[in-house]
Each structure stands twice: as C-alpha cells, then as structure tokens.
Design a protein around this ligand. Structure first.
Ligand code: ADP
Ligand code: MG
Length: 688
C-alpha cells in the first residue's frame, strides 16, 4: 500500500475511529454533518479568540481580555448566597500582584486547584475597588510544551448543547495528529508558486490552531483559493463534457426568420439582435449550445427565446420553454401562441393544473411530433413527458431552478441546444461562478421609449397622500400592485400581510374600486382567474405576495407599492419594480420602509437612485455583506465551506485565472500533476 491509499483510507474512516469518540458522541457529530475523519479536519472554525497575549498581573487593566499566568495561593473558597447559587473564588498570584478568579455553581473546581500549582488563565478582567477579578476564566495547568486552550489563538466552532467547544477541539486535534504531514497536496506546484499558496498540511493545521495571525491568514488564503479553484474547474469541466457529449444539432438557416421578425409588433433592439445572432451561430454549429441570456428586467428576453424556438421548429425540431410559475407559463403561452399560430406552428401549455385528458393529449402530441412547442412549469420534467425530436430547451428565470432540473429537461432530447434566461443581473465574476458551465450573452439595452420608474421611499406618515395618488392613477385608467411580505398575519413577524392589506384596501381605503388578492396558497385556477381579470383591466388594485415577482407583464399597471420594503433584498425589490414601467405611461414605485436603521435607509436610497439591475446587484452584495444572496445551493453548485463569495472576490478572480491556465494546458485534467484535482472535483460535484 502506498502512502496515497493509506491516507485516503484514514480520511474515509468513521469519526468513531478517533480517540475520544464513542458511539453516542459519534451520533452527535453526525448531527452536525460530520461522519468521517476527513469531515472532521474540514470542519473549519467559525471564528477565533486570540488568547496568545500574556500579561503579568500588574499589567492587567479593566476590560482586558487576555491570558495571564499565576500560582494558586489558597484553595477554592465557596459561598452560598442563596439557594441554587454557589460562588467559587480562587486567589492567584504572580511576582507582580494578585487577582481573584470567580466561578458560579462550579463546585467541582474545589478538587481541581491545589495550592502552589501554576496555571494559565484566560478571561475578561475587571477592576473593582482596586481589586482585580476575572470571571469564569478558561484555565489550563502550566506544562512544558504546547498549551492547548490558552497562550495561543483558539478556534471557536459551531457547537451544540451536547457537543462543547472543548469536545470538538479535542477530536479535531486527534484527527490532525492522525493525518499530520500526510495529506496529499492537490494543487500543482507551478500554480502554488505562482499564486503564493501555502502547502496543504500547513494550511489545515493552521486554520484550526494557527501559530500566529500571519499563519492563519496564509492558511485561509490557500484554502479559500482551493475551494474556488475546484468549483471553477468543476464548472469548466461540466462545460467541456457538455460540449463534447457528442455532436449537437445543426439547425438550418431560416429564410423565413426575417419575415417572422418583421411581423413582430415592435422592432428588435440592437442588443436583442446581437444576442440572437450569438444564439443563431451556436444553433447552426454542431457544438451543443449552453447559453445564458442575462438582461435587466424588461430588456425583452422572451422574444429572443421565441426567435430561437421558431428557428428550431422551422428546422424540423420541437422546442420547450420552462418557467417557474403557472402565472408566467400562462402569460408566455398567451403572447407566444399567436405569433406561432400564424405559421402553422402548434404550441401548447402544460402545467400542474391541466386536466387529465388534456394532459394525455399533450403527452401523445409531443410523442408523435404533432405538437411543436410546449410551454410549461416543472410539470415538463415528469417522466411521462417524452418528445419525438426535442431540439431546443429554454429555461426562463433560471435562478429559480437548479442545474439538475435544467439537465433533466435536456435529457428528454438527444443533445438539444440549451438557453437559460435569468432576470437577476449579477456581476460578471459571480456569473462566472454561478454559471461557469455556460456561455454568457447579455442584453444590455432596454427597448426604446421606456421611462425609468420613479421610485420613492416613504413611511407610514405618507399613507394618505399615497392613497390619493393611487386613486388619481386609477381614475386615469391605470392599475396598481400592492405587494406584502406575508400571506397571513403572524405573531412572530411584524409585517403587513396580503390578506389584512386586501381587507383594508377593499373596505376602508378604496371601497369603490375593484380589489383583487393573489398569493401562493391559492389554488392554481383561482390564481389564474384573478390574473386574467387583472390583465383584462377588471381589477384596479391587485394585492399580492411575491408570487408576481417574476416575469408578470401587464403594461397598463403603473404603480407598484411595496409594503415593508425593508424586508426584501434589493434584487427582489428590483424584480418587483420591474412589473411596472412596461408600457407607454410613466410608472411609479412606492417603497414603504418601516425600519429606521441606517442600512435600510441606504438600501432604499439605492432603489431611488438607480434603475440599473447590474448596479443594484453590486450594491446589494456590498450592503448585505456575507449572507445568502442567491443561495448557491439553489443553483446546484457545491456549498462553500470557507470561501465567501462577497468578501473573497479578489481571491475568486485569481482562482478563476488559475483554473483557466490549468485547463488550457490540460483540458481534461489527465496529466499526473492534476490527478488529485480531478478526483476532488468528481467528489464535490457528485454530491450536489
Ligand atoms: P424580460 O426581459 O423582463 O423577460 P420581456 O421579454 O417580458 O422582458 O419584455 C418586456 C416587454 O417589452 C414585453 O411587453 C415585450 O413585448 C416588450 N418588448 C420586448 N422587446 C421589445 C422591443 N424591441 N421594443 C419594444 N418592446 C419590446
Ligand atoms: Mg422574462
């Protein structure tokens, strides 16, 4: 057995194999996602406590948090001020002074400290009436060699009630001892040298028990870099595989395309033309297209997909468009079907709410090829949906789907071309991480004549004025959305609910107007009914939750009121705002902000100042800081254990560069120096 297989088998062993872990403790570890020795060493600290500074007692000041060394002067004295409370005190001395350590209900300490013994303590120092005191300090007997809990930087882990910091630390220490010096370095020396990356064993050791601040920084840098590198290589690898999965379809030149475009109710913007040209080129080449179309809200992504679908059908193939909600599917169907019908192209709608017999008919039509285009929701992925010749798969509002769902639909054809469209514009570096397996096209222009939505952040004192404004808009024939963060009132959350708001609007504020209510808990046909009445203009004011967030297109709606706007992310506010400003009339967005924090104020001001989705997403990252912006999990990419997509953007850029360099020399990672990288990627991406 060579060293490599040896360490692999150690890493793969159950946590039970480690010193100090019995059956019950191993179950506790399982609960926090730790099953193997490898899981243990990759269970990184959430923060650190610097206990490396040591002071003599005379140097201790009120408020200090530091370590000090001393001799036990008298054994623990215990008092019992009242029932259920005992206080333990210990007098400690060094050559410069004395200090009292205090604990509560720690009777067992009486047996711990013996007069004359030397200890190191760590804790928060207070000085009262000239006496130094430290409450509930960490203590450790002074010994030759390394100290464990004092005199150094100490890792703090995510612990649980039954799995304490000390228990986790000890087990991690044992695991580190076991693998010390044996971890195999996956990053080739050339890359490590070029990007100043420290070696793996050193990095793992120092991420847990850093010898100094500098060692910690080096270790973290390297581990973050590695994580990004693997992610990026993994995505590029998927891209390679996709592109080489066999020959893609070569779609025909489409002479009728020009006529089709001429018959549209508007002229394409040059950005739309540019992006469609990129798609057309991919479609006509034998390469399998995997393309992301990004564009701000209202930039007109749908029509670009329609052109591609037309091309697919005119080349003898079927096409499909998958969207995240029934409302959106319905709406797309209504706008796309008439365009296709003119050309004798049969388009159908498949959602969870079509009847059994309709569904049967659709399934048959797709199988025998009599249906050309199907527009639908997740229902499209179901097993019994089969195509005669699926050539093009379009997924709209991609951020709502994972890689898996996207691929599941593609599997229904033989190497179909794929377009995904997203309305959450994101900075380029992040796009590369989240969609690193795709080519990217950007529609960077809005159709002409769009007036930017005027946005105002207001508070409750403005309610009457805003209501008057809403009334005037309705009198002019326009329609209004009012969006609430909750469906129902809740004791736990202090925010407006759609039910309560609809009630208020319909009975108090606007009893004379037609008010509709729509939310995610309604039945599909109820939602559909409300939506179609809103589209027809029968409803003046639509009270809603975020079910209308994506894609909904009612150009006559000109006012978007958002209650408790402070509860939404900027990207989401931008999406919601994008429901208005879709027609010829000036539109408005009113943000009710119920928070007086500085950060809320700043976020509202970003919304007031810009209508540019790319700028907003950058700001969102900046202001929100670490946190789940898109939910990487939702995108179907592996979780990041240590890297932070926001704080570590500079490292991300370097890792992206390195990934490209590696791939350029060794596209399929076949060289011996890249073998470990390849193994790790397989492991990571398989578990998504
Ligand atoms: P999104 O990119 O947000 O999905 P849509 O595709 O829904 O945007 O388009 C928004 C609106 O703009 C639709 O009403 C659509 O008909 C219209 N539209 C799209 N392209 C153009 C264009 N080139 N000129 C004028 N209107 C357009
Ligand atoms: Mg859209």
């Amino acid at each position: 057995m060579d060293a490599g297989t040896n360490i692999k088998s150690v890493l793969g062993k159950s946590v039970r194999y480690l010193k100090g872990v019995g059956e019950s403790k191993s179950l506790l570890f399982n609960k926090i996602g730790i099953f193997t020795v490898e899981d243990v060493i990759y269970y990184f600290p959430r923060e650190y406590e610097d206990r490396s500074r040591i002071k003599s007692i005379i140097q201790l000041k009120d408020g200090d948090e530091c370590s000090f060394e001393g001799t036990v002067v008298t054994g623990i004295t215990e008092t019992r001020p009242r029932k259920g409370l005992t206080i333990q005190k210990l007098l400690i001395r060094d050559g410069t002074g004395t200090i009292i350590a205090t604990w509560y209900n720690h009777s067992f300490l009486k047996k711990t400290f013996k007069v004359g013994e030397r200890y190191v303590f760590y804790g928060k120092i207070t000085r009262k009436y000239g006496h130094l005191e430290v409450q509930n300090p960490v203590y450790e007997k002074l010994q030759a060699g390394e100290m464990k809990n004092t005199c150094r930087i100490i890792p703090i882990y995510h612990a649980t009630a039954r799995l304490t910091q000390n228990a986790i630390r000890n087990v991690i220490r044992n695991a580190l001892e076991l693998v010390e010096g044996k971890l195999e370095e996956p990053i080739p020396a050339k890359i490590r040298n070029k990007y100043y990356l420290s070696e793996l064993n050193y990095s793992i050791q120092n991420i847990h028990f850093p010898n100094s601040d500098e060692d910690f920084k080096n270790a973290r840098y390297r581990l973050v870099f590695e994580e990004f590198l693997l992610l990026q290589l993994g995505l590029l690898n998927i891209k390679n595989t996709l592109e080489n999965a066999g020959k893609g379809i070569v779609f025909k030149k489409t002479p009728d395309m020009e006529k089709f475009i001429k018959e549209l109710p508007f002229e394409l913007t040059s950005a739309q033309k540019k992006v469609f040209a990129e798609i057309e080129k991919d479609m006509e080449s034998p390469k399998i297209m995997n393309r992301l179309v990004q564009g701000d809200v209202g930039s007109g992504k749908t029509i670009v997909a329609v052109l591609a679908l037309f091309k697919a059908v005119r080349s003898g193939y079927q096409g499909t468009l998958m969207v995240p909600t029934e409302i959106l599917a319905e709406q797309h169907y209504k706008s796309i079907n008439p365009l296709m019908e003119k050309w004798g192209i049969k388009t159908v709608l498949l959602t969870g709410s079509v009847t059994k017999s309709e569904k049967k008919e659709i399934i048959e039509g797709l199988k025998d090829g009599s249906i050309d285009i199907v527009i639908g929701t997740h229902a499209l992925i179901e097993d019994n949906v089969e195509f005669k010749q699926l050539g093009l798969v379009v997924t709209d509002e991609q951020h709502r789907f994972g890689v898996r769902q996207r691929t599941a639909l593609s599997m229904k054809g033989e190497n179909p071309d794929v377009i995904v469209m997203t309305a959450t514009p994101i900075p380029r570096t992040l796009a590369l991480i989240l969609y690193g397996d795709l080519d990217i096209s950007i529609i960077d222009e809005l159709p002409p004549g769009r007036k930017p939505v005027k946005t105002y952040a207001v508070d409750e004192t403005m309610r009457t004025r805003i209501n008057n404004f809403i009334r005037r808009q309705v009198q002019e024939g326009r329609q209004v959305y009012i969006v609430c963060p909750l469906v129902e009132e809740s004791d736990a959350v202090d925010a407006k609910s759609a039910l309560e708001t609809a009630e208020r609007i319909a009975t108090k504020d606007f009893p004379d107007l037609n008010v509709g209510l729509i939310h995610g808990r309604m039945k599909p046909n109820e939602k559909e009914d409300i939506m179609s009445r809103f589209v027809k203009g029968e409803i003046n004011i639509l009270v809603s939750t975020t079910v209308i967030e994506v894609g909904v297109n009612v150009p006559n709606a000109t006012v978007m009121v958002i209650e408790n706007a402070e509860r939404f992310g900027l990207a989401q506010l931008h999406q919601l705002r994008g429901r208005v400003g879709r027609g010829e009339h000036q539109s408005y967005c009113i943000l009710y902000n119920a928070s007086d924090t500085e950060i809320a104020r700043q976020r509202m001001s970003v919304m007031e100042k810009t209508n540019d989705g790319f700028v907003i997403s950058e700001k969102d990252l900046e202001l929100r800081g670490p946190g789940d912006f898109f939910g990487t999990r939702q995108h179907g990419i592996p979780d990041l254990k240590i890297a932070n997509l926001y704080r570590d953007v500079e490292i991300l850029k370097k890792a992206q560069k390195a990934a490209l360099e590696i791939m350029e020399e060794d596209r399929f990672l076949e060289k011996p120096e890249n073998r470990l990288l390849k193994d790790k990627i397989k492991e990571k991406f398989l578990s998504v």
